[in-house]
Structure formats: structure tokens, C-alpha cells
Design a protein around this ligand. Sequence first.
Ligand SMILES: *Cc1c(COP(=O)(O)O)cnc(C)c1O
Length: 474
Amino acid sequence: MGSRDAPSIQAAVPSVDRVLRLTAVQSLIETHGRRVATEAVRAVLDDLRRRLSVEGEAARPLTTQEAIADRVRETIEARSAPSLGAVFNLTGTVLHTNLGRAVLPPEAIAAVAAAAGAPCNLEYDLDAGRRGERDGHVEDLLVRLSGAEAACAVNNNAAAVLVTLNTLALRKEVAVSRGELIEIGGSFRMPDIMARAGCRLREVGATNRTHAKDYTAAVGPRTALFMKVHTSNYTVEGFSAAVPVGELAALARDHGVALVVDLGSGTLIDLARYGLAHEPTVAETLAQGADLVTFSCDKLLGGPQAGVIAGRADLVRRIRRNPMKRAMRCDKMTIAALAQVLRLHGDPDRLAERLPTLRHLSRPAEEIEAQARRLAPALAGCLAEKATIAVAPCQSQIGSGALPVERLPSAALVIRPATGKRGSGAALKRIARALRGLPVPVIGRIHDGACVLDLRCLEDEAAFADQLVHLRPA
Ligand SMILES: *Cc1c(COP(=O)(O)O)cnc(C)c1O
């Protein structure tokens, strides 16, 4: 097979230097730099050699100067485009961990940009002219909103739980109900976290029922904490019992141990005022006697990824002194965003307008349905014979393990592949792929043989509609 003969392949592939001297490649060097261009040329030529050896003469057209320069340009463009970018979250899960959870309000985005683009007083006390506290930018706000004596922030709630346990219960025992030994996605399992924090988990009660006497029976000389974990991504229903925070707090005091409550999502305001189910607030939990609470900032709080520890000042002080806290400290951009989100919480009357998470969660189904009706014809036009479009009611969920059984009535564009003889599963995949391939990728969910686009989180309707012309399912 002459075409697979090594010397003839070598002859067909130009040298790296020759490709770099091509006019088209010279202009790529000017835009992207010599190093990026050289790496791309190497990759393209390696690929070319491989294809020539596999495909032989069939790959010959790829060896022209134009073809090589085109491939180099494509390679550079693919490599220089950011891999992280905006998408339309039409999954119906408002706080979607895979899609970055909470969308920040403009006030927070501006604060992030300001803190990121210049030196800032992150740990500098401008009044005194000396070193300050990075948590100081959020602590007063947290204290005012929750009634806590003190508070500090770390990178996420998993870190908050870890550093709290490690500080207060190292080599000691922590009593937790068997009904609350949660796993949250991404390998956060309470028993594993306990082990990594250096504590001994003392399981209390049964999966469905735990009583005060079970905690009492578990107390021994090594008991440091009672811990209550909000079962944020499931519910225990039927024949079940748990000890409420107030009662558990009193019991903890009687035994001289502290009570830590991991609220999971945590909210600083009563969500019932926005038409959502009541979720225990940080203030309520502290008022009921918890010594410390931990919660996420990018779940119902609608802020950046962070975790807060709030409660007794002496305990927060001990946590601050733990070197582990230093390893988990928040970045300036996070502090900037969190402070602004907390400021918005100071005005609950306007929070549902100003905080995107709450705005999405409280959007009325009729409004979403009207939006779906406006968009359906354009989508139908773009998919022509490939699919049919219907507007249908659907149910959104909050996501990220907040209010797990709560469903929010919503409306969706339901895309069904035009029923061919077979392979409609493949047709559905092609449609979903085409939606993901749009300039701003559209992420829906596949349900019951259709691609469902829940419009609850669609704010920029014009941007969504304008890009539909690019929709080209293969
Ligand atoms: C979500 C959650 C966590 C983890 O919070 P992250 O901020 O995602 O690290 C911990 N505990 C509970 C109960 C949760 O719901």
C-alpha cells in the first residue's frame, strides 16, 4: 500500500516552521501569540500524520496549505474560547448546582468587579489605618439579619460544617439522629465529614424516629456536641419523630454540650411572605436555642458560593482561631458579593424584585405561561418539520436540596420530535444537542419522550428568541 508508506506521508506533511511562515498563520500569531500558534500547528500536523497513516490517500486533501491553515485557525479558536460561560437554565430547577446555583443581583456583580479590579480594603481598617478583618464586611450584616452574637464566612457550607466540627469536637463525640445522616450530591456525607473533621459520630435513635431520651442515652464523658442536620434533600414521612430545635437545645444545655444546627440552605427571611413554603430561618433557629447554625449562601440566600457560621460569640471566636478556617477563608470577590446580597435582605419588601433567585422562585405560573405562548411560534418556525412545539403546564423545583418536596407550578415549551418510524430517541437527543449548541446554550430536561424547556428562569426573552435562528438540529 504505497499510500500508507511512511516516507510518502512524511513528504506530504510540511514542517512546523513552514506552516508558521504562511501568511494566514502569521496573522494568527499576531492575534494570539507565537506560542499558542506553534502549539496549534504541532497538534494539527500530528493529527494530519495520524490521519494519513489511517486513511492514506483519502486524507491527501487535508495536506494543502489552505486546509492546514484553516485547521490551525479552528484549533486556536476552540482553545482560546472560555470554557465557562452563560447558559439559559430552562431545566426547571432554579438553584441548579451544575449550572452555578444562584444568579447574582447587579449590585453584587458591581461590587465583585470593583473589588477584583483594584486593591481594596479587604483586611484593612480605613478608620484606624491598620489591619482589619475580612469577615468584618459581612459580620455586622449577618448579626443584624439573624440576631446572632457573631458570625464568620468560609467557602461553602460543607466547609462551615467541617471547621465547626473540627474546632468544637476534635477527638470527641457528636450525637446525630440516624434520620439526619444525610448525603448531599458531590460526596458530602455527614459520617464522612465527621471522620475528616476528627470527630466520632454517635448515631442516635432510628432512621424514622428519634426521641429526646435517645440523645440523653448517647451522652457520655466524650460528648462535645449535639448536631441537628436539616434534611434538606428528602423528607421522612409517615411514622416519624424528631426532636425540635428548642427541645434539643434545652437538653444540650442540661448536659453541658453545645447544639449545632446545619440548616443546609438556610434563609434569613420567612419565605412564606413570597408564597413559598416556610423554611426554618437562621433567626428562628438561633432564637430556639441553637448555639451555632451553619448555612449556604448560594442556595435560598441567592448569593455567591459561601458558607456562614453564626451564633455564640465565644464559639465563633474559637472557630476563627482554627488554622483550618484560614484554609477555607473567602476570597475578596465572594465577600464583596455576599455583603451586597445581605444588604438587599435588609429590605424584604423589595427583595423579590431585586434578588434573582427569589424573583425566579416567586414568578407566577400565568406569567410564565404567557411567555411560553409568545415564544412557541418562533421556536416552531425554527424547528419546522423536525418537531412539534406545545405549551404545557409543568412543575419547577427549587433545587440544591432546598425545600425538596415543594413544587412550583410553571409552564414549559415542550418539543417533541416529529414522529418518524423509529429512532425518535435519537431525534430527541439531536434536538437537545442543537439547543446546547446555540451561542448561549439552552439547557432543558428530557421527560417522557420530549425536550421540556421550563421558562421559570428565562429573563432575557429577547436574547433567547433572537438566537433561535441558529437552531439547526442535524
Ligand atoms: C447543601 C447542604 C450542605 C452543603 O452546602 P454547600 O454550600 O453546598 O457546601 C450541607 N448541609 C446541608 C444540610 C445542605 O443542604
